[in-house]
Write a protein that binds this ligand. Sequence first.
Ligand SMILES: NC(=O)c1ccc[n+]([C@@H]2O[C@H](COP(=O)([O-])OP(=O)(O)OC[C@H]3O[C@@H](n4cnc5c(N)ncnc54)[C@H](OP(=O)(O)O)[C@@H]3O)[C@@H](O)[C@H]2O)c1
Length: 185
Amino acid sequence: MHWRRTRTGSCDSMDIVLIAAVAANGVIGRGNGLPWRLKSDLQHFRAVTMGKPVVMGRKTFWSIGKPLQGRTTIVVSRDRNFAAPGIVVAPNLEAAFAAAHGDALRRGADEIVVAGGAEIYAQAIAAATRLAITEVHKTVAGEARFPPIDRNVWRETARDEHEPGADDDAAFAFVTYARATASRL
Ligand SMILES: NC(=O)c1ccc[n+]([C@@H]2O[C@H](COP(=O)([O-])OP(=O)(O)OC[C@H]3O[C@@H](n4cnc5c(N)ncnc54)[C@H](OP(=O)(O)O)[C@@H]3O)[C@@H](O)[C@H]2O)c1
């Protein structure tokens, strides 16, 4: 993934942030849905993404079912006929980041958020500058997983532990990772 270097040059300070809620066993989804109820995390997701371009895969978009209010929803799909009201469709991740970059500049946002799912996280982690992970303190069944977080590459910089709220299935922590080494780009 050479998008940041070729498109924007070395002075670009646009962060690419992967945001995900991840179970203790790495699971993020089951049956194209979330395998838990965590209202606190939905509120966190809204706060972190508001006013920014948000890149996601077509399956995650279907699971959400509508564009994200107050954000630009950029959906990656190989289906040339795919379209839905209120979203931007990109044919690959490079095009999605290019569209997101322009959108962020227009909005005055300083980062692009990548909101999954598993296929998109796996491809985008090489371009990411930060990971915003909600560690869900529970093991769940599911086929969609977050890619391994390589501790030689990623350094934990913040951790905020929470007991479950009234509408949360488990305790959780908001954890930030920054690159410990320069990005591969
Ligand atoms: N826990 C969390 O934070 C979180 C966040 C997001 C999602 N999820 C979960 O993750 C699961 C969905 O993940 P997923 O891996 O199945 O699907 P996904 O990553 O959301 O979407 C996959 C789709 O994206 C498109 N795509 C992927 N790579 C592409 C590329 N390089 N170029 C063009 N299009 C590309 C393809 O769409 P087409 O088939 O249209 O070509 C592909 O089928 C669900 O269970 C969801 O609830 C969890």
